[in-house]
Write a protein that binds this ligand. Structure first.
Ligand code: IMP
Ligand code: MG
Length: 175
């Protein structure tokens, strides 16, 4: 038995669903008539992107990039890009989708890597934004919820790979 804590609810299922619906509406309006590629940052984005794409009824294509930087509750400060998008990005609008914008290192590194493929634009959409932790000058073009400086899990976010399956966003007690 490896899971020992029940996280405290920070954002419940209903609030997540309502906000994802709103984000879908805004993104739909902004990208109507444009060639859009969603580039999803694995693995934390999985539930978010699964729900979000069903709220965007315009044509778009989806690719993935796999990045990792966390060990336990600490960012290592070193972002590893483990796999890259395969689809052509040139001449398309890219919307990066991630679970959370924290220090900003992940999205900064990914965005500068994708820039080389000459997309028409690169914007970002995150479910959660922790602005107090930022070390890179980056902001989210679309953000679901601004949260305080607490380590959160659930709805894709993990602690050492666990808790991604929680339907809500919760905080873990420090030990
Ligand atoms: P950044 O590079 O510091 O902005 O961090 C982005 C990545 O770190 C996210 O995609 C998450 O995978 C992870 N991360 C940041 N904060 C948390 C957290 O509170 N809980 C779980 N993962 C987090
Ligand atoms: Mg992640």
């Amino acid at each position: 038995m490896e899971i020992i804590q029940h996280p405290k609810v920070l954002v419940n299922e209903q609030k997540i669903a309502e906000r994802v619906h709103e984000l879908g509406k805004i993104i739909t309006k902004d990208y109507e008539g444009k060639k859009l590629t969603l580039v999803c940052v694995l693995k934390g984005c999985i539930p978010f992107v699964a729900d979000l794409i069903r709220e965007i009824p315009i044509p778009f294509i989806v690719d993935v990039i796999h990045a990792s930087s966390y060990v336990d509750k600490e960012s290592t400060g070193h972002v590893k890009v483990l796999s890259k998008p395969k689809l052509e990005l040139k001449g398309r609008h890219v919307l990066l989708i991630d679970d959370i914008l924290d220090t900003g290192r992940t999205l900064t590194k990914i965005a500068s890597g994708l820039q080389k493929h000459k997309p028409l634009s690169i914007k970002s959409c995150v479910l959660l934004d922790k602005p107090s932790r930022r070390v890179e000058p980056i902001y989210a073009d679309y953000a679901g919820f601004e949260i305080p400086n607490e380590f959160v899990v659930g709805y894709g976010l993990d602690f050492n790979e666990y808790y991604r399956n929680l339907p809500y966003i919760g905080t873990l007690e420090s030990d």
